[in-house]
Design a protein around this ligand. Structure first.
Ligand code: ADP
Ligand code: MG
Length: 238
């Protein structure tokens, strides 16, 4: 790990009533890395991602991006994008309008916006889709629009919360390869949340296995598979 990681989550705790959802989480993600948080439902994945995004505030601990403490900053001041399970597009807008929304904080003229939208549509393999109403697209296509919108302002970090789990098996497999390509081509660091072991093992540079708000092991996929450090990890990978 480089001396100054892109993302540094330091001793982060979060509790809802008696339920400890993040029990002192430490993790570091490098520039351009594909980092996955893997764990069963209820293990705290979304809560940790939402704290990184600034949608939830930790009870204690700090979050640093690019060496800057962002713990008390709102989401839009964190140099990151986010993609949710349910492609959160604006239903009354076209594809181009949805993606351009991701650029609203940039002072770009119309031509620059048009050019960037077209570039992004090429990136997510939807060339020429600008004028389509977003609700007419398939689930996989809508999710690709959401990814294009999140990447529009060129964040260094993209957070993805089970982005493929609403899609059917065949589309999901195709989109895995496509997402991996997008990540590599853009050099964006991904923090990717899933409960799907196969997905985590095939896509990631490193995987953090989460159980009851604890990161039980953080390793490269082959190491997790061959040298599980706890019984939970071993059972989780069968
Ligand atoms: P995962 O994404 O791994 O399924 P979550 O982070 O969504 O896990 O949830 C972890 C635990 O925290 C769950 O028990 C959930 O009920 C609880 N939790 C999450 N958000 C809230 C909230 N806003 N209020 C109360 N409990 C919450
Ligand atoms: Mg979740």
């Amino acid at each position: 790990m480089s001396p100054s990681p892109l993302l540094h989550v330091h001793a982060v705790r979060k509790q809802f009533g008696k339920q400890v959802t993040a029990a002192g989480v430490d993790l570091q993600v490098a520039n351009g890395e594909f980092f996955t948080m893997l764990g069963p439902s209820g293990s705290g994945k979304s809560t940790i991602l939402r704290m990184i995004a600034g949608l939830e505030h930790p009870d204690s601990g700090r979050i640093l991006i690019n060496g800057q403490d962002v713990t008390d900053l709102p989401p839009w001041r964190r140099d990151l994008g986010m993609v949710f399970q349910q492609y959160a597009n604006f239903p009354h807008m076209t594809v181009a309008q949805n993606i351009a929304y991701g650029l609203r904080r940039r002072k770009l003229d119309r031509e620059a916006v048009r050019k960037r939208v077209s570039e992004l549509l090429d990136l997510v393999s939807l060339p020429g889709f600008e004028e389509r109403p977003v609700t007419r697209l398939s689930g996989g296509e809508q999710q690709r629009v959401a990814i294009a919108r999140a990447l529009a302002p060129r964040p260094r970090l993209l957070l993805l919360d089970e982005p493929l789990s609403a899609l059917d098996e065949k589309i999901r497999r195709e989109m895995q390869a496509q997402l991996k390509d997008i990540q590599r081509v853009t050099g964006t660091a991904f923090v990717y949340v899933t409960h799907d072991q196969e997905e985590a093992l095939t896509m990631s540079d490193r995987v953090a296995v989460l159980n009851w708000g604890h990161l039980v092991q953080v390793d490269e996929p082959h190491a997790l598979f061959r040298h599980p450090r706890t019984k939970f990890v071993a059972t989780f990978f069968r």
